[in-house]
Design a protein around this ligand. Structure first.
Ligand code: PLP
Length: 365
């Protein structure tokens, strides 16, 4: 039986359009900063990629800063825009944002459904000087979509800047981000290769670089641009069709219906909120997420722990804790369908999950 990959929020499978673009760019020998013919050809490719990303996300090419990924794009925005401002962070932000922020940053709580508490944001904005607000478009663990447009209106009213981490939302749902001052994207989360990301800036916004180097990217990000990864990201951004959301949401819903029918005790944190179409968080009381992930892996099903996981270590989920879950947060796994998920994915997942649950719940009892 082929492997069932349901961990797209970690990284999406490479799209064929992105693969073709990477291979074409690998054949381009020049450095985009060189003035000779090869350099100019590489520059043309880079600017075509910039125009494609601009088209895909409704930005202006000159306001796009290419980076090495989503983590760097977020760090560039937070570090570059924070000086002289209070920093307000959504409670469920990714570590890429949380760890770029100063220790004095304040937290915007979430409601039990996982969405940002706008009343709390308004109170925080009214309580001090100029602020930088960081609110992600979609959460990576639960798929919960935050009310970014409403937050943008509040920020505008209070003279605050808004940075949006759209790494998980881009290419999956239409981005209604007109009010944001900066937007972080990651190539490999859209079906591009690893190694490229982008920060989209509102026209007129400028920021200090994290890496000054040779002054590339209009002085906002030094370093020779990773052309193959950027070309692949741009091709992936154009190939991603938010219309695919309907198909993925139907598959995701079928997973939830199947799991709920097999195990009445199962819960789905974030299900009450608007969510990414491809994501569900499944909580099986009494069974550690890590144990579930390993059991499913042995059955050929790839998912991840709902908790943040790096270098193979699972830590307590600050996302589920912010939503009011206690120790049971450690029993949630994340299932995230890739853009090319097969129609039989729900049936196969539910069969493997039910067998795992019957075995592990019996042991836990
Ligand atoms: N932001 C969110 C919401 C993410 O889920 C991730 C990766 O998981 C990142 C940022 C970091 O992106 P990258 O892997 O491109 O550095």
């Amino acid at each position: 039986m082929p492997v069932l990959g349901l961990d797209a929020n970690a990284t999406e499978p490479l799209r064929p359009e992105a693969r073709d673009a990477v291979l074409r760019a690998l054949d381009q020998p020049g450095n985009p900063s060189s003035v000779h013919a090869e350099g100019r050809a590489a520059r043309r490719l880079l600017e075509e990629a910039r125009a494609a990303v601009a088209t895909a996300f409704g930005a202006k090419p000159q306001d796009i800063v290419f980076t090495a990924g989503g983590t760097e794009a977020n760090a560039l925005a937070v570090r570059g825009l924070a000086p002289g401002r209070r920093v307000l962070l959504g409670a469920t932000e990714h570590p890429a944002v949380l760890r770029a922020a100063p220790a004095t940053a304040e937290t915007i709580p979430v409601l039990p459904d996982g969405t940002a508490d706008l009343a709390a944001l308004e109170a925080l904005l009214g309580a001090g000087g100029p602020a930088l607000v960081c609110l992600m478009a979609a959460n990576n663990e639960t798929g919960v979509l935050h009310p970014v447009a409403e937050a943008a209106a509040l920020c505008r009213r209070h003279g605050a800047l808004l940075h949006v981490d759209a790494v998980q939302a881009a290419g999956r749902v239409p981005l209604a981000l007109a009010g944001a001052d900066s937007i972080a994207l990651s190539g490999h989360k859209m079906g591009g290769p690893k190694g490229a990301g982008a920060l989209l800036l509102r026209p007129g916004i400028d920021l200090a670089p994290l890496i000054a180097g040779g002054g590339q990217e209009r002085g906002r990000r030094g370093g020779t641009e990773p052309l193959p990864a950027i070309a692949g990201m741009a091709a992936a951004a154009l190939a991603a069709r938010p219309e695919a959301a309907i198909r993925l949401a139907a598959l995701r819903d079928a997973i939830e219906v199947g799991v709920a029918a097999a195990a009445p005790e199962a819960r789905f944190p974030g299900r009450a909120a608007p969510r990414l179409p491809n994501t569900t968080s499944i909580l099986l009381p009494g069974v550690a997420a890590e144990t579930q992930v390993i059991a499913l892996d042995l059955a050929g099903v790839r998912v991840s722990a709902g908790a943040a996981c790096s270098s193979g270590k699972v830590a307590a989920s600050h996302v589920l804790a912010a939503m009011g879950l206690g120790a049971e947060a450690g029993a949630a796994i994340r299932v995230s369908l890739p853009w090319n998920a097969a129609e039989d994915a729900p049936e196969r997942f539910v069969a493997a999950w039910s067998a795992m649950r019957d075995r592990l719940s019996r042991r836990a009892a």
